[in-house]
Design a protein around this ligand. Structure first.
Ligand code: B16
Ligand code: MG
Length: 220
């Protein structure tokens, strides 16, 4: 049992629902390439980096392309995605997220972002979430994608905290694995079917307070 001194939050799927904007932008690209990309297919892209997402999309469409063409398509998708997130505001913060972040601050728990997205700053600024963070680690700071633990280890370091005192909040299985490889406990946001490896799974942050988190983790 270790004290909780820091909480590290994934962004997409934990604090905001940007997955639908990623989906629309990837679906438009698939349409242009001549195949259908379903919402079920999109589940495979959650928490996955932009380049790896494009590889999965092309595999679904049965398309092989060179690196230059892939870079062009990834940029095209990102330009569309950026148009959508430019219009985001605080109404798109997921239920319970703001209360939980506020509670962390009042409880003296440090807060970091640990996201794969290179667009995290735009999203945090547009939704007004930036002031809640003591450290922000996103896709512009990392060289290895989740399930590599790099993003969370950098977060712990930026907060001057050791992994045993950190808790990661994640909606993707790759993120839960990254947390355990970093030596951190984790809260899966979503369903136990996909996030069963997490220390605790809740449907959303609405079901959690700092007190119940500490209680659940008292023996782990
Ligand atoms: P970008 P997270 C991830 O964010 C998304 O879940 C994933 O779908 C996306 O491909 C990835 O960021 C990269 O995003 O294209 O904006 O750099 O869940 O790690 O906060
Ligand atoms: Mg996520």
């Amino acid at each position: 049992m270790s004290d909780i001194k820091a909480c590290l939050f994934d962004l997409d799927g934990v604090l905001v629902d940007t997955a639908r904007y990623h989906y629309i932008a990837w679906r438009e690209l698939a349409e242009e390439l001549g195949f259908v990309f379903t919402e079920q297919d999109n589940e495979r892209l959650k928490g996955v980096s932009r380049a790896a997402s494009l590889n999965i999309l092309l595999e679904i469409g049965g398309i092989t392309l060179g690196e230059d063409e892939k870079a062009r398509l990834a940029e095209q998708k990102n330009n569309r995605y950026v148009e959508y997130i430019a219009k985001m505001d605080s109404s798109e913060i997921l239920p319970g997220a703001l209360d939980f972040l506020q509670e962390c601050r009042t409880s003296g728990i440090k807060v970091a972002l640990g996201s794969a997205s290179k667009n995290a700053m735009t999203i945090l600024n547009n939704t007004g979430l930036t002031p809640y963070f003591d450290a922000i680690i996103d896709g512009t700071h990392t060289s290895a994608a989740k399930p590599d633990p790099e993003v969370f280890l950098l977060g712990a370091k930026a907060l001057d905290t050791v992994p045993a005192h950190c808790v990661v909040f994640e909606d993707a299985a790759a993120g839960i694995l990254a947390a355990s490889r970093a030596g951190m406990r984790s809260v899966g946001i979503g369903s136990p079917e996909t996030l069963g490896e997490a220390t605790l799974v809740v449907p959303s942050l609405q079901q959690l307070t700092v007190a119940t988190l500490k209680e659940s983790f008292a023996t782990v």
